[in-house]
Design a protein around this ligand. Structure first.
Ligand code: FE2
Ligand code: FE2
Length: 193
């Protein structure tokens, strides 16, 4: 799905369902970070009109996702727990190349965001298909569709600023890196990634 090179271990969903409070809290922070990341891109690249426009819409959408996860927590009598470091995102972000090539750095940033969207989308699909709670099934179906759209948008946006073939080559490299990160990350019952 979405070009990911390593599918999630199917055991993840069973573990996740048993820890739904932790998963929802972790998920809420994923949405908050997605919104924050969109804001950071706007602040860093105010001269890129298309990027500013698209990120403005994306931030609003991610924030609405955050609100929806908060509703799910509230419905179950849970609050927003503490934020925990997202090792997956930290590892993946190390591959955003720094230096003076501003467009290249932007491309890497957009592609890393695309991959986070793709992996979240894959996890939401697993939750939609396997979770027992019917309310959450519908919820994760809708979010899966939305995050799939974000994956496509981030890749398209990268191609606004770098030649398409350069973007495709870098996407392939990052897909391999992402699969290695997933393969080496320990399975944790309380995390979305
Ligand atoms: Fe989202
Ligand atoms: Fe998203």
């Amino acid at each position: 799905m979405l070009k990911l090179k390593l599918p999630t271990d199917p055991r993840w969903v069973n573990i996740a369902e048993k820890n739904i409070e932790d998963i929802l809290v972790d998920h809420a922070y994923c949405e908050q970070k997605a919104a924050t990341s969109g804001i950071s891109l706007i602040v860093k690249y105010p001269d890129k009109t298309k990027l500013v426009e698209e990120m403005t819409a994306l931030v609003a959408e991610e924030w609405s996702h955050f609100e929806r996860v908060m509703e799910q927590l509230k419905k179950r009598g849970y609050g927003l727990g503490r934020n925990r470091p997202d090792e997956y995102v930290v590892e993946l972000s190390k591959h955003i190349r720094k230096g003076d090539k501003r467009e290249r750095q932007l491309m890497d940033h957009l592609l890393v965001n695309a991959l986070i969207e793709a992996r979240s989308c894959e996890r939401f699909k697993l939750l939609w298909k396997n979770i027992q709670d019917e309310g959450l099934q519908k919820f994760y179906y809708e979010l899966m569709v939305s995050e799939a759209g974000h994956f496509v948008s981030f890749v398209k946006l990268a191609k606004e600023y770098m030649p398409p073939e350069v973007v495709d080559t870098r996407l392939q490299e990052l897909l391999k890196i992402e699969a290695d990160i997933i393969a080496n990350l320990e399975h944790r019952p309380d995390r979305m990634h």
